[in-house]
Design a protein around this ligand. Structure first.
Ligand SMILES: Cc1cc2nc3c(=O)[nH]c(=O)nc-3n(C[C@H](O)[C@H](O)[C@H](O)COP(=O)(O)OP(=O)(O)OC[C@H]3O[C@@H](n4cnc5c(N)ncnc54)[C@H](O)[C@@H]3O)c2cc1C
Ligand code: SF4
Ligand code: SF4
Length: 378
């Protein structure tokens, strides 16, 4: 357990300004005094403290004993050990580079609309619709696109219906703090909330629960993780896709990453952008992230492997196991054993091992590591 006295001041010094902060927004949604904001416009994707009640670097509520922000942060203290122990009953072994899991398999939504609209096999959308219809959750925190979608600005959204889940299907490779939809979900009456997101986001409910963050921890009822090695700054659209390849963001229909950036345009065009070229636009919040396989989710999902239109599925918890089995028995999904594509499992572990190399060394967990751009708004 982290010591109870840790609050915003410590979060600011140990996470927000050290390069560890991923911008997941968990501290912001957990703050009971509404003194934290979230900057998603400038490309910084970081929390900041309002000038009132302690200023940018301190918090008067924290000085009086409030600790909700550090309890919620999935990068504060020895987070991996804490969350592993709480969720899985033990800390992962060194060789478990993709985290602790029960089974890896391949899945595909039987419903053609879900499969065709999904990024890979449509498992994530099918699963969220199932969880809503089976009353496992009242609402899901997803990522949609702003406006009519032509800006490709990914924004948090709350989904309560099949139509809303379908509208969010597919992947955007810029950042979106899905947990930030939490207040809207609660305001709409949701008590059991599902969270879809990359590893940096789906570790938040486990952090909250392991540190007894109260009601907010109890409300997260299901977590679905997305395999992820990085997201890109929004400026990649103008500065790379448009400037180098003449691809305007409003003409893009779908994007995927399969060894290269694949860009499909509305006029039926297809373009490939080498990932090496895109590296320059890697978002700062991803540079120190060690979690490729979304290790603290109930179920993690990815697109690697020989079978297009199937989702690589990592089942990690009792709940995850129950859901996948029930969906299969109700013919909502079909499942193949990973033995049919062993290279996919090897690749997941290889990519996880690569991400692990950039994680913070445990013994320097509480020290400043790199200088990052200012995160505090005037
Ligand atoms: C930023 C990012 C990086 C990824 N990197 C990899 C990778 O390196 N290797 C790999 O195998 N898989 C990666 N994935 C996962 C992959 O793209 C698919 O999301 C996954 O295989 C599930 O496919 P599906 O058809 O089952 O999901 P779908 O049914 O299409 O559902 C996808 C869900 O993802 C959510 N989502 C989409 N974009 C974002 C975003 N930017 N932020 C948060 N949530 C989002 C949507 O809300 C939607 O509910 C990545 C996904 C994202 C979002
Ligand atoms: S210490 Fe409490 S009031 Fe202050 S920022 Fe953190 S959660 Fe908010
Ligand atoms: S690499 Fe993916 S999981 Fe890690 S901080 Fe970036 S977006 Fe989050």
């Amino acid at each position: 357990m982290i010591r109870d006295i840790k609050h915003w001041k410590h979060l600011y010094e140990e996470v927000v300004t050290t390069g560890l902060c991923t911008g997941c927004s968990a501290c912001v949604i957990a703050c009971p005094h509404d003194v934290l904001g979230y900057d998603s416009q400038s490309g910084s994707y970081k929390p900041y403290h309002f000038e009132q009640d302690g200023g940018a670097t301190d918090c008067t509520h924290g000085d009086k004993g409030c600790t909700l922000c550090t309890r919620a942060c999935p990068r504060f203290g020895p987070w991996e050990e804490e969350i592993d122990t709480y969720l899985r009953g033990r800390v992962r072994e060194e060789e478990e580079v993709s985290g602790i899991y029960r089974e890896v398999c391949l899945t595909q939504a039987v419903d053609k609309e879900l499969c065709n609209n999904g990024q890979d096999g449509g498992l994530v959308s099918a699963l969220i619709i199932y969880a809503l219809e089976e009353n496992i959750i009242d609402a899901a925190l997803l990522s949609g696109l702003e406006g009519d979608g032509t800006t490709w600005k990914a924004v948090p959204m709350v989904a309560k219906s099949r139509e809303q889940v379908l509208a969010a299907a597919g992947s955007r490779y810029t950042y979106c703090a899905n947990p930030y939809g939490y207040p809207e979900a609660v305001a709409s009456g949701a008590e059991r909330i599902g969270l879809v997101g990359m590893g940096c986001q789906v570790s938040a409910p486990g952090a909250m629960a392991s540190r007894r963050a109260g009601k907010i921890a109890r409300r997260f009822a299901l977590t679905v993780g997305l395999l992820c090695s990085k997201t890109f700054d929004d400026s990649i659209f103008e500065e790379l896709f448009d400037a180098e390849y003449g691809i305007k963001r409003e003409t893009i229909k779908k994007m995927n990453i399969k060894g290269v950036f694949q860009i499909f345009t509305e006029d039926g065009g297809y373009h490939e952008v080498p990932l090496k070229q895109a590296h320059h636009w890697t978002r700062e919040g991803c540079l120190m992230c060690p979690d490729f396989a979304a290790e603290h989710a109930d179920i993690s999902a990815g697109g690697i492997g020989a079978y297009a239109d199937w989702t690589l599925t990592v089942i990690r918890s009792d709940l995850g196991e129950r859901i996948i089995s029930d969906m299969e028995s109700k013919n909502l999904i079909v499942r193949k054993p990973i033995g049919e594509d062993p290279a996919a499992l090897q690749l997941m572990n290889k990519l996880s091992a690569v991400s692990r190399k950039r994680g913070p060394a445990r013994e320097v967990n509480f020290q400043k590591r790199i200088e990052v751009r200012p995160t505090v708004k005037p």
